[in-house]
Write a protein that binds this ligand. Structure first.
Ligand SMILES: NC(=O)c1ccc[n+]([C@@H]2O[C@H](COP(=O)([O-])OP(=O)(O)OC[C@H]3O[C@@H](n4cnc5c(N)ncnc54)[C@H](OP(=O)(O)O)[C@@H]3O)[C@@H](O)[C@H]2O)c1
Length: 321
């Protein structure tokens, strides 16, 4: 396994992060797996040297955190893994059931720690921007979570670059803990982040940890091929457009020439992207983890990268709310 520093921190993470949104099988993710089916993936990842795991309170409304917490307790040593979770999504109906208010943050970190069966998370991330809470309130509360020893680092997820820039500036101004990571939507068929967010992250030493790096499976197979997940992944249906088909075909061509699965090519493409620390992959079959790890040894030539990137057509930005 290859390990990298997470952004400008001293933290060592595997260059592949295992996403756990598919573990839990409830809430928005009906295509996900129950605990029994999920645990082998976590075991396989640990045994392969993956030390970086990403979950969120909202994944299957807490079930993913419970599954991850129990499994990692059984299969790994706490100090050897880097555990990341997120908050923002609505966990229950009614007032203060979601968002990034001080109250929500203090409640949700404690609930996540209980579900994860740990005293601290390594990376506590805001899942989205909260348009109804002053960012200063959010930042100070996150700082207090860190000072209370409940999180080692803080990170952010999909938002506009101006928002992230403002948050970094305000943290510095007030002496609060700074975000060290950006978990954003970035892959061969969604590259809007190259305009503003990625240059900002490079300039500020932020570790980029892209979500859905395989475009939720789209980059791994023919455009018209459906799977149990793709049929029911409602959010995923909003993200990609027909013009992406040509990029997907190019991935297929390069993979065929190299004699490797397409997923390896699509993940190897991140190898040349400055600031990208570790793609957060999703796995619904054991070989998905194997391919992700194998992609770290696949170096694409500049000509191959150009061929993969050339047909890209700009997208309307989605997924910021
Ligand atoms: N911050 C956010 O807002 C946000 C949003 C989304 C996700 N995330 C994080 O990112 C993680 C990954 O998201 P994702 O599952 O959408 O990522 P992804 O890696 O883009 O997609 C995973 C899907 O790709 C297919 N796949 C993966 N490896 C493959 C291989 N080697 N060969 C063939 N098919 C392969 C599978 O599809 P099938 O199951 O259809 O076969 C799998 O379910 C999540 O678990 C979560 O931690 C965060």
């Amino acid at each position: 396994m290859k390990y990298v520093k997470l952004g400008s921190t001293g933290l060592d993470v595997s260059a592949i992060c295992l996403g756990t949104m598919s573990f839990g099988g409830g809430g928005n993710h009906t295509w996900g797996y129950d605990e029994e089916a999920s645990r082998p993936f976590l075991k396989q990842a640990v045994e392969a040297g993956i030390n970086f795991f990403d979950t969120a309170n909202i994944y299957s409304v807490g079930k993913s955190e419970e599954i991850v917490g129990r499994a990692l307790k059984d299969f790994a040593k706490r100090d050897e893994i880097v555990l990341a979770t997120k908050l923002h999504g609505r966990m229950r109906p009614g007032p203060n059931g979601g968002g990034l208010s001080r109250k929500a943050i203090m409640t949700e970190i404690d609930r996540s720690l209980v579900r994860l069966e740990t005293d601290y998370v390594d990376l506590y991330q805001i899942h989205r921007w909260d348009y109804e809470t002053p960012i200063e309130e959010t930042l100070e509360a996150l700082h207090d979570v860190v000072k209370a020893g409940k999180a080692r680092y803080i990170g952010a997820s999909s938002m506009y670059a101006w928002q992230f820039s403002k948050a970094l500036y305000l943290a510095e101004k007030h002496g609060w803990t700074r975000f060290v990571t950006m978990q954003n939507h970035y892959n061969l068929i969604y590259r809007e982040e190259e305009r503003e967010m990625l240059p900002l992250c490079a300039d500020q030493g932020i570790g980029v940890i892209p979500w859905s790096p395989l475009a939720r499976g789209r980059l791994t197979r023919d455009w018209d091929t459906a799977t149990a997940r793709s049929d029911t992944d409602e959010f995923g249906k909003l993200l990609y457009v027909d013009s992406d088909r040509t990029v997907v075909e190019r991935v297929g061509e390069v993979a065929a020439e190299r004699g490797v699965p397409r997923a390896q090519v699509a993940l190897a493409w991140f190898g040349g992207k400055p600031g990208v620390a570790a793609p957060i992959i999703g796995a619904t079959k054991p070989e998905h983890i194997d391919d992700a790890i194998a992609s770290l040894d696949l170096e694409l030539t500049p000509a191959e990268v150009a061929r993969l990137e050339e047909p890209y057509a700009p997208h309307v930005t989605v997924g910021f709310r």
